[in-house]
Design a protein around this ligand. Structure first.
Ligand SMILES: [Zn+2]
Length: 288
């Protein structure tokens, strides 16, 4: 009986509120690459009030607008506590995060959004199609990776923004740039980071990786809008002001955690363009 009472007291936690034995929103999703993606990394200032608070193999950015914080992407569900710890390490309070911007509705970039939104009170923001995917917590019916199956914690409330829409907070204006192809809802985000009178255009680019589950064909009728989406995304990446590129998977943009090489966004688009061309050639060859 005594043991039962002390067990109950333990379960009730110090505040008296029931503590769930497991947090459903941070349960790990483990794949052959998840440990590599979540290689721990120190938080780092890039330029102005723009920081990296993610991992060695998975980008998460933080912007201090002077009137609240903005986070970009949420990595995997189990990553949420480490992201918030990195925010605190920089001296910020996670409760000051007002918006969390999403680049795509896939578990590796969006799995942590539900826990992060709950723990910060922030509003999750995505494209229309991105928002649909985040609310479901699974692949859209037309997603080339649908065949992989699986799900991740859904985000109950997501604010949808259109291509070109500008999100303002404090002195910072963040532009939504639709970059479909990897998913139809993929969205990149661009903002100026300033130090004194010097401002640099920072682009947080969504994945432009032309990958799919087995059996999917980008050369099929279903693949057409994706190939067209990639083409439109390349045109935008080629034309966009881009002094600093943070790519959703950092290894897609070169060796560092970000790239400030001239033409970084064009190089990023070019590497996807080459991979897509190769993929389309292989599909056409296998159809003959
Ligand atoms: Zn993805």
């Amino acid at each position: 009986m005594i043991e039962a009472i002390s067990m109950l007291a333990w379960l009730a936690g110090v505040s008296g509120a029931p503590v769930p034995a497991v947090d459903p929103l941070t349960q790990p999703i483990t794949t052959s690459r998840s440990a590599e993606w979540l290689t721990p990394a120190e938080p780092e200032e890039i330029f102005g009030e723009t920081y990296l608070v993610g991992f060695g193999g998975m980008s998460v950015a933080l912007i201090d607008t002077g009137a609240g914080l903005v986070l970009v992407d949420g990595a995997l569900p189990q990553a949420a506590p480490a992201i918030l710890a990195n925010v605190r390490k920089l001296g910020f309070d996670p409760k000051d995060i007002k918006f969390i911007l999403s680049t795509e509705p896939h578990f590796d970039h969006a799995g942590g959004l539900a826990a992060l939104a709950r723990d910060t009170g922030a509003t999750v923001v995505a494209s229309e199609r991105g928002a649909e995917g985040l609310r479901m917590g699974k692949h859209a019916d037309d997603d080339p990776q649908l065949g992989y199956g699986g799900s991740w914690p859904a985000v109950a409330e997501v604010r949808a923004v259109k291509d070109g829409e500008v999100l303002k907070l404090g002195t910072t204006a963040i532009t939504a740039v639709a970059t479909p192809g990897h998913t139809m809802g993929s969205m990149s985000w661009r903002w100026p980071a300033c130090e004194g009178r010097v401002c640099k255009a920072v682009v947080f680019a969504s994945s432009l990786n032309p990958v799919s589950a087995d059996g999917y064909r980008f050369t099929s009728k279903a693949g057409e809008p994706f190939v067209e989406g990639f083409a439109a995304s390349y045109r935008k990446m080629d034309a966009m002001p881009c002094d600093i590129l943070i790519s959703a998977h950092p290894d897609n943009a070169g060796p560092g955690r970000y790239s400030d090489a001239p033409g970084a966004c064009r190089t990023y688009a070019d590497s996807s363009r080459k991979r897509l061309e190769k993929r389309l050639e292989e599909e056409r060859a296998s159809a003959q």
